[in-house]
Design a protein around this ligand. Structure first.
Ligand SMILES: CC(C)(COP(=O)(O)OP(=O)(O)OC[C@H]1O[C@@H](n2cnc3c(N)ncnc32)[C@H](O)[C@@H]1OP(=O)(O)O)[C@@H](O)C(=O)NCCC(=O)NCCS
Length: 432
């Protein structure tokens, strides 16, 4: 990011921009001394440059809100108009016409595959779904009470031990890593679920597609085709979403040129928090707490009075209803029609209306996590697996950003506004 450097002419008010610079260098000279003054949301940095004092202005944005940190051609979000596109294709079109694996290919390689490309990609993924027995043995030592996201993070990182050769500039290495991660992440999630119940993991089935195979490994029975299709659409919807917290985390890690397993492990760790991927899990807990449609209004009033966040609402980018939430709501209705109604869906609809009455003015609407939990529950996915399931799907987006980052890499190293002391004396321990 560029910095405006200012010069204050002697005896005059105000500052004049003298140069847009970067790296603390102005006109080739290195800045020697820096002092920071905060005013009106900007940090003015006074620097000694040669024999002159000059000023630079940095606008500090908490959470880097709105600060461009990369250039990317993978996905696009317009939060005001509720638009999400992957490589220029509207999410609605992909949800209706594509499959998760085809979408993953699109995200990672930048174009839709033809029939031969897709068949080859599917076959490669299919043949890499199994886990090495040592990974399974390692998982057996994980405590059953541990969160599955922690298990997934540990397993993703452990893949780096088994596939330790690193050749980031070799396209065959990049492809193999993409295939291995997309293939094995679902197997690791399902295996941990069975192992923590004391059961042996189920081997993947080659005759089942990506989504159907995951549900089979998880529930130990072949899923209904509609359930498998709906789950596949859910994976497509969650596959990518520009430079959110976990993707940024993946990119920062990728920019050090570490291995892709470390990249995915750091992204999984970031996705785990309740303000990001963990929200779907919290939504179901919230709907259970509300318990009945008649309690909705009181619940909303109580949350807003006590300044408590209502889970599944609000988004840093969307200021209208998240387009993915609209698609998920439709899927939820289809599922309940086919497999029986869920009273929590009625609570969710009433909650959406009550929150809209109070918060629509602030641009707070349901986000992707609001309806996804209800869909997952109906598919037999336990609540604490919602975020790992999100990770299965988002692995596609993380890998797309990893590959893009490798293309034009510069290590991430932002600056900071130092607010601490200078020249503090060290006080020996017996004098404190
Ligand atoms: C997603 C989220 C972190 C975005 O946060 P953000 O862009 O930093 O938004 P802010 O925290 O600046 O909130 C802006 C205003 O909306 C309010 N707000 C935002 N989300 C809210 C929610 N879920 N419930 C109630 N109020 C909410 C804030 O209190 C704030 O009000 P104020 O201006 O009167 O203080 C936030 O909306 C949230 O915590 N949502 C719940 C968790 C969730 O569903 N996460 C999944 C995201 S996909």
């Amino acid at each position: 990011m560029f910095i405006d450097f200012y010069h204050r002419p002697a005896g005059k008010q105000g500052f004049h921009v003298i140069e847009r610079g970067r790296d603390r260098r102005v006109s080739g000279e290195v800045v020697q001394k820096v002092e920071t003054i905060y005013s009106d949301g900007y940090y003015f940095v006074a620097c000694v440059l040669g024999l002159r004092w000059i000023m630079a202005a940095y606008e500090f944005r908490a959470g880097l809100e709105g600060v461009p940190a990369t250039q990317s051609s993978i996905s696009y979000v317009d939060g005001q108009r509720g638009i999400l596109e992957y490589r220029g294709i509207a999410i609605q079109e992909l949800a209706h016409q594509s499959t998760f694996l085809e979408t993953a290919y699109l995200l990672i390689w930048g174009h839709l595959p033809n029939q031969a490309d897709l068949a080859e990609f599917q076959e490669e993924i299919q043949s890499h779904r199994r886990l090495k027995y040592r990974i399974r043995d390692m998982m057996k030592c994980f405590p059953e009470s541990g969160h599955p996201m922690d298990a997934l993070q540990a397993c993703a990182a452990a893949l780096g031990l088994f596939y330790s050769k690193r050749a980031l500039d070799d396209p065959a290495y990049v492809r193999a890593a993409v295939v291995r991660l997309l293939a094995k992440v679902p197997t690791m999630v399902a295996a941990f679920q069975l192992m923590r119940k004391g059961n042996d993991p189920v081997q993947p089935r080659d005759d089942l597609g990506y989504a159907a195979n995951f549900l089979y490994m998880l529930n130990e029975k072949e899923p209904d085709p509609l359930a498998a299709h709906i789950f596949d659409v859910c994976l497509t919807l969650h596959a990518e979403h520009t430079i959110n917290a976990s993707t940024f985390s993946a990119m920062v890690t990728a920019s050090t040129l570490t291995d892709p397993y470390g990249v995915i492990a750091s992204a999984v760790g970031t996705l785990a928090g309740p303000l990001h991927g963990g929200a779907a899990e919290e939504v179901v807990g919230m709907l259970e707490e509300v318990g009945s449609v008649k309690n909705v209004q009181t619940y909303v009033d109580r949350c807003l009075m006590s300044k408590q966040r209502i889970m599944g609402f609000g988004h840093r980018v969307y200021k209208v209803k998240d387009p993915r939430a609209m698609i998920l709501q439709g899927l939820a209705e289809k599922l309940f029609e086919q497999f029986g109604h869920d009273q929590y869906y009625d609570i969710a609809v009433a909650l959406e209306a009550a929150v809209a009455d109070r918060l629509a003015g602030k641009g707070i609407y349901p986000n992707v996590d609001f309806y996804s939990g209800l869909v997952y529950r109906k598919l037999g996915i336990p609540t604490d697996l919602f975020t790992p399931v999100f990770a299965i799907s988002r692995t596609a987006g993380w890998l797309a950003h990893w590959k893009e980052q490798l293309g034009e890499n510069r290590i991430f190293r932002p600056t900071q506004i130092y607010t601490g002391l200078h020249g503090t004396k060290y006080l020996p321990i017996d004098q404190r």
